[in-house]
Structure formats: C-alpha cells, structure tokens
Design a binder for this molecule. Structure first.
Ligand SMILES: O=C(O)C[C@H](O)C(=O)O
Ligand code: SF4
Length: 509
C-alpha cells in the first residue's frame, strides 16, 4: 500500500476542484431549462464559469470544502489502521496546499485545529467486501447545505401541505417541504438524499448514503423510482430557483432509500446537498494502493460556459466604489446588479458575535464600508503575503440576530452574503440606509479572481475562515436582494413558493 496516501491526496484534490460528470450534466440541464436572462440563469452562468475555473486552476470549487467523509470498502484482512493514518496525513497535506479549507473547529473553545483534524473530523466508514480491490468514495459536503438537512417524524403537520401520515404520500409531502424550506440558503438548486425509516441516526446515514448514488440512476424499488420522478417534476414547480432567486429549477437530483423502523418511529430524513456536489471515488489496487479507476467521471467532462443573452432589457447595473454614500444606497432597488470596487472586509459568525459587545471595536474604520460574509481559503507565501485561493459567500441568516445592530454600530452601507436575511435586518437596512447584496454561493473561484490584493488581516485568533480579512476588489458582482426601502426578494420568493407548495397538498400516492 505504498501509494495509498498519494492516491488519497489525489482523490481529495480532485474532489475539491473538479465536479463529477453526472453533476455537470445536471447543471447543464438546469441552464437549458432556466429562462434566459432571469436572475437564476445569470447565477447559473456564474456557477458554470466557476466550475471551469476551479478545474483549470485546480482550486476549490467552493471555499467551504466541507466535512471530508470517506466510505471505504476493503478486502477481508486489509489493514484499516494504516489506511486511516494515511488518510489523516493526506488531509493535512491537502489543507497545507490550499485544496481544503481548515474546517475543524473545537465546539467549546472555537479554536480551529488548522489542519482539518480533530475529534470527529474527518469521517471515515469502513466496510469489508469479498472483492480484491479497495474502493474509496469521498464526499465534501459544506456546512451551509448541511444546515438545511431536515428530519421529519410522521405523522406531522406541514406548512402548505397539511397532514402528512405514515405512508408514501406522507413521505412525498416531507420531501417537497424539505426542498421548500431550504430556499436559497443551501445554494440551490440542490441534490437531496432521503432516508425513510431507521432511527434518528441511521435515518440520516441512509439519507447521506443516497448522495453516493449517480444522479441518473434508477431506483430498483418501483415505488421509490416513481416517488423520485414525481419529486423531480414537482419540486421544480416550487419556484425557489438558483440561490433562491426564483426560477424554474429548484432541484437537480432526488434519491430515496428505505430501511425498517421501530413501530413507534417513522422518520423521513433529508440530506440537502448544494449544487457544488463534490463527490468522487477511486478503485485501488489492494497491494500497491495505486488508483486503477475513477468513479463518477465516466461521461463528458466539459461544461458549456457560453452566456445566453437575454432579449429583454435585463437588470440595471450600478458600479460602486467603496466607501459608499447613503445617497448611492438609497438609489438601489431589489434586482439591481452591483459591481463593487475598492475595499471590503470579511466578517462572519465569530466576528458578529464578538463585535456586538459594546466594548469591542473593529480595527479599521467601517463607515460607508462593506462587510462580506465569507470564510475564504487563504495561503501565505514565503514573503508573508496572503493570497486568496477561494472566496465565495457564506449563509447570511446566521448573522440575523446581530446584523442590524452591527450596521448601526459601524455605519456599514453594504452587507454581502447569500441566502438572504430576515425582517430585523430588513428594518435595519431601511433605518440606517444600507443594502444586502446576494453573491452567488459556491462561486469561490469567480470571486477569488475579483480580489486584487489582500491588504491585511485582523482577529486571526478566530482561525482563517473566521478572521477579518481586508480585501481590495475589482468587478465584484452581486445582486441587490434586500434594499433600503423595505423590499426583500427572499421574503417574496419564500411566500410565492409556499403558495405553490400548497398546490401539492392533495393525495398523490
Ligand atoms: O462556510 C462557508 O464558507 C459556507 C457555508 O458552506 C455556507 O453555505 O454557509
Ligand atoms: S457555500 Fe454553498 S456551495 Fe459552498 S458548501 Fe456552502 S452550501 Fe455548498
């Protein structure tokens, strides 16, 4: 097994930087299905471009390289202890060279281990089989879409859909609801794995196992095959769209598995995976550990990045230079595309929690400034200079309890993130003259390219993803989805999709 570690490093790098063929096909289909020129189709153009950039530059597709989760089949007698040790070494190496973001955080102290290792990280499942080869499958599922996983206990009452009973129709309702509740926060359009039955733990495990199925396979259980087809057809009428912008495509794949349950329990567990569905596999020679075959890479590798021009007027584009004035912000309306130049500062969970305290102040003046909800992948060169390797937005809703007060405290004019924010922030934007800009989630290469210089960093004690990075950007494009006049595209899309959800309340199965 002298080549095992090298093979694992290749698998990790390839998984983080190069989307599987079946996922590429699904993204391409979504682009063709979406209405040309609407917000979702513009977002899909950026996503396609980002996929190609990540592959060409061998850099992370999304800055959140997720929880590395390995599913391994070994022949009887294979040394799992050695394999595990070498996987940990490969993870450390991949982190050091910027292919994985340091993502393992002490839940009590908040300390980032810096190398993606720690209790519970990574996740490795071993199974024996009677073949001679070793098979290793890897999924890198990010935290934002992980937060949109949901588990239902039947019977239950679901908003928009009413009663969901302990039968196939109840299961159908849960799955539709799962797509609805994710909105754009898990970087829709996503892929869902569903586990019917089990207990709370095994149900989720089964749901996640479904994510190892190919997008285009057919469920061997006829009832479930019918259910998967129905969900794919119906969920795409909910109007969530790419990034929750509204549109024709809300779901790219649905795979359902079933297992027995206890008489008292009936769980439907849903694992939501963003469009950046990073999973690959390799078959290895059990003697040498060398890669014999790649999995999920068997069809076309190309993705078309040609932009399809809209015949209509398209959105208004406004170029802004930070710092921004209140008058410039008041002029912006939901739907405008903003191209931002100048300085922006990253600030996410730890930043907001810290800065809300009256005694804490930012190290730089943020008046008229821009905060970017982003936890980038960064590398430092020999001269000590930092470089951005991946820098897409993170889910903004986690900052909802703090955002309005932070805007007020520091005189912010723009907050950039994804998935939108709630009523408290909307009111804050109105009161203090600020705007929420939605960047395209997962488009980490696209945005990394906009960063012309890393001007500095503060609060490094929060770890690389949570530190406050000061960035000079050029041509950073995002869409106004919450303006300073009380309008929120997110509130509108959510209300419309709930309305559409209720069209599917009647019994189907
Ligand atoms: O942690 C991140 O960078 C992003 C996260 O995956 C998210 O979707 O919010
Ligand atoms: S930012 Fe979006 S694309 Fe990236 S891991 Fe989170 S949910 Fe997935």
């Amino acid at each position: 097994m002298q080549q095992f570690k090298e093979s694992m490093l290749k698998l990790i790098i390839e998984t983080s930087t190069n989307l599987p063929s079946d996922v590429r096909v699904a993204v391409t289909k979504a682009r063709l299905a979406e209405e040309i020129g609407n917000r979702s189709s513009l977002a899909l153009d950026t996503i396609a471009e980002n996929i190609v950039m990540a592959q060409e530059e061998e850099s992370p597709i999304c800055q959140d390289t997720g929880m590395p989760t390995f599913h391994i089949h070994v022949p009887v007698g294979a040394n799992q202890i050695v394999m595990k040790k070498q996987i940990l070494e490969a993870i450390t190496e991949a982190t050091k060279v910027g292919k994985l973001r340091p993502n393992s955080v002490d839940s009590l102290t908040g300390e980032n281990s810096g190398n993606n290792l720690g209790p519970g990280t990574p996740v490795i499942h071993f199974d024996q089989w009677e073949r001679d080869d070793v098979e290793v499958k890897l999924i890198l599922k990010g935290g934002g879409c992980e937060n949109k996983n949901i588990q239902y206990a039947l019977p239950t009452e679901l908003e928009g859909l009413g009663k969901a009973g302990r039968d196939l129709d109840g299961i159908r309702k849960c799955i539709l609801h799962a797509v609805y509740q994710a909105q754009g926060q898990g970087c829709s359009a996503g892929f869902i794995g569903v586990g019917i039955g089990g207990d709370r733990t095994s149900g989720y495990t089964l749901a996640k196992e479904q994510l190892f199925r190919r997008v285009d396979d057919v469920n061997p259980i006829p009832d479930l095959a019918k259910l998967e087809d129905y969900i794919m057809e119906t969920a795409n009428h909910l109007g969530v769209g790419t990034m929750g912008f509204g549109g024709k495509v809300s779901l790219l794949g649905c795979k359902v598995g079933v297992m027995n349950r206890l008489p008292a329990s009936f769980y439907v567990s849903v694992a939501y995976n963003c469009w950046a569905y990073r999973r690959l596999g390799v078959v290895l020679d059990a003697q040498t550990g060398a890669i014999k075959e790649w999995q999920y890479k068997e069809t076309v590798d190309a993705i078309d990045t040609t932009k399809r021009e809209s015949k209509g007027e398209g959105a208004r584009t406004v170029v802004l230079q930070a710092p921004i004035s209140e008058a410039q912000i008041r002029d912006l309306k939901v739907g405008d595309v903003v191209i931002l130049n100048g300085e922006m500062h990253t600030g996410r969970d730890a930043f907001h929690k810290y800065m809300i305290e009256p005694e804490h102040n930012t190290p730089v003046d943020l008046n008229g400034g821009v905060i970017y909800h982003c936890g980038p992948v960064m590398l430092q060169d020999d001269s000590g200079e930092w470089h951005v390797k991946a820098a897409g937005p993170t889910t903004s809703s986690r900052e909802e309890p703090y955002q309005a007060d932070i805007i007020k405290k520091f005189g912010l004019r723009a907050v950039i993130g994804k998935g939108g924010m709630g009523p408290k922030t909307l009111k804050g934007l109105q009161e203090h003259g600020a705007v929420y800009l939605n960047a395209i989630g997962g488009a980490a290469q696209y945005y990394a390219r906009c960063v012309k210089k890393v001007k500095g960093v503060d609060l490094m004690e929060f770890g690389v993803p949570e530190a406050m990075w000061h960035l000079d950007v050029e041509g950073f494009a995002a869409i106004v989805t919450m303006d300073s006049h009380g309008n929120s595209l997110h509130a509108d899309v959510e209300a419309e999709s709930l309305n559409k959800l209720s069209d599917f309340a009647a019994k189907v199965f």
